[in-house]
Design a protein around this ligand. Structure first.
Ligand SMILES: O=C[C@H](O)[C@H](O)[C@H](O)COP(=O)(O)O
Length: 236
């Protein structure tokens, strides 16, 4: 089975969690986009929901799918956010931000009573860190902030190179908020909570891709005999 088929299977299961009248957080990335497309089919069939997109890309996808949108200003409390992830560990801790949407994703997840993560089985790890950890920083003072981020990483018992993320044209990648991203290739993160605390204490760091205590459940699609097998973690 291809990763795309597994992602679609996870997204399809999560669409079944949506109930009429729900206020939804709409995640970002290839898996979350499949969820948005499938949700759009239900909306066109009569389901009534409103969604808060976590990126401009998701806003466009949701508009194309016909999903009514709102903002956290008008709708500050959400019932359910469905989003993808780059990694998930057994404690439902995540690495997110591979697509650069971590800041809005974390704000939306924190405003939601439930956050359900949809992933293919390859995203499951025992220890977070194989996927480079995205760290969103303001452009001002980049050199000093990078040094401080490196020290914060060491203080949390981790190590690895920091790379400024670049777009396909080679120019620094800019988030929807106009910030830069440092990708930390750590291999393993022995103490995610300690690293999260250390990173938020660095002036210039806007947010990081460790999502701890936010996911309430996960829908994982694994390949079994050529068919997707859904495994749920937590409350999903
Ligand atoms: O910034 C992007 C998000 O955190 C995505 O949810 C994450 O990168 C997973 O994306 P995908 O479903 O494309 O693997």
């Amino acid at each position: 089975m291809s990763p795309a088929e597994l992602k679609r299977a996870a997204a399809a299961r999560a669409v079944g969690l949506v109930e009429d009248g729900m206020r939804l957080g709409l995640g970002t990335g290839s898996t979350a986009t499949l969820f948005v497309e499938l949700l759009g089919e239900r909306v066109r069939a009569g389901l009534s929901v409103v969604g808060v997109p976590t990126s401009e890309a998701t806003r466009r996808a949701a508009e194309a799918a016909g999903i009514p949108l709102t903002t956290l200003d008008d709708t500050p409390e959400l019932d359910l956010t469905v989003d993808g992830a780059d990694e998930i560990d057994p404690e439902l801790r995540l690495i997110k931000g591979g697509g650069g949407a971590l800041l809005r994703e974390k704000i939306v997840a924190a405003a939601s009573r439930r956050m359900v993560v949809i992933v293919d089985g390859a995203k499951r790890v025992e220890t977070l860190g194989r996927f480079p950890l995205p760290i969103e920083v303001v452009p001002f003072g980049l050199g000093a902030t990078t040094r401080a981020v490196a020290a914060a990483i060491r203080s949390a018992g981790a190590a690895g190179p920091l790379a400024l993320r670049r777009g396909p044209d080679g120019a620094p990648f800019l988030t929807d908020g106009g910030h830069l991203i440092l990708d930390a290739g750590l291999g393993r993160i022995p103490d995610p909570e300690a690293l999260a605390r250390a990173l938020v204490a660095v002036p210039g760091v806007v947010e990081h891709g460790l999502f701890i205590g936010l996911a309430t459940g996960a829908v994982v699609a694994e390949a079994a005999d050529g068919q997707p097998r859904i495994v749920t973690l937590g409350a999903a």
